[in-house]
Design a protein around this ligand. Structure first.
Ligand SMILES: *[C@@H]1O[C@H](CO)[C@@H](O)[C@H](O)[C@H]1NC(C)=O
Ligand SMILES: *[C@@H]1O[C@H](CO)[C@@H](O)[C@H](O)[C@H]1NC(C)=O
Length: 188
């Protein structure tokens, strides 16, 4: 019992310096061989080690083979994720669940539709939390369990897989760490 507590404290100390969170539902973009090619294997290995880790941790490993943009979907590539692209209609409501592993470092979060060719947000944020994580809401907690509605205004901007993603974004302001997850979609 005592050993278990000491172990648990050790684990907390180890993860204490950073937050940790990632979208669990819907299936977000993940790593794969195309990412390894474009972002380099050192960077990609660091991401694979902990899929909920801040992007900044992986950036420390970026070497001369890093030729992607980590701050767009963690550098995850569409080609590695063709099986999880969602076909949606304007007005569809999509449930999200965030796996919040460690949230000691508050900041803000948002969910937006992102134009993947320009890395620009399209329209207004679908959700925005000035303080995230916000453990005082709920249950159910609306910071980790929430839904978004596909806007009516996207039309041809998002009519093909690879043009747009729904991006969840958390900026842990105190320790300056970025967390992102992307869900690929197209309007059918
Ligand atoms: C979400 O936050 C990021 C980082 O500050 C910002 O670049 C982006 O524009 C925000 N998205 C929206 C829709 O406000
Ligand atoms: C979406 O979430 C809101 C709460 O933010 C809830 O009232 C609503 O019923 C949900 N919609 C669906 C379709 O689940």
């Amino acid at each position: 019992m005592r050993t278990a507590i000491i172990r648990a404290l050790g684990l907390l100390a180890a993860i204490g310096v950073s937050g940790h969170a990632v979208v669990e539902t819907p299936t977000p973009r993940r790593t794969g061989s195309v990412q390894r090619e474009r972002c380099g294997s050192a960077f990609t290995a660091q991401l694979e080690k902990d899929t909920a880790s801040p992007i900044e941790d992986a950036m420390k490993k970026a070497d001369e083979n890093y030729n992607c943009n980590a701050y767009l979907c963690r550098g995850y590539q569409l080609e590695d994720n063709l099986d999880s692209v969602q076909a949606v209609k304007a007005g569809d409501v999509i449930d999200f669940h965030i796996d919040l592993i460690a949230g000691h470092h508050p900041g803000y979060a948002n969910v937006s539709v992102v134009d993947l060719s320009t890395n620009q947000v399209i329209g207004e944020p679908l959700r925005y939390w000035a303080d995230w994580p916000d453990s005082t809401s709920g249950p159910p907690r609306n910071d980790i369990d929430f839904n978004i509605t596909i806007p009516e205004t996207l039309s041809s901007a998002c009519d093909v897989a690879g043009k747009c993603a729904i991006q969840w974004y958390w900026w842990a302001s105190k320790n300056k760490q970025t967390y992102e997850s992307c869900v690929d979609f197209y309007l059918e």
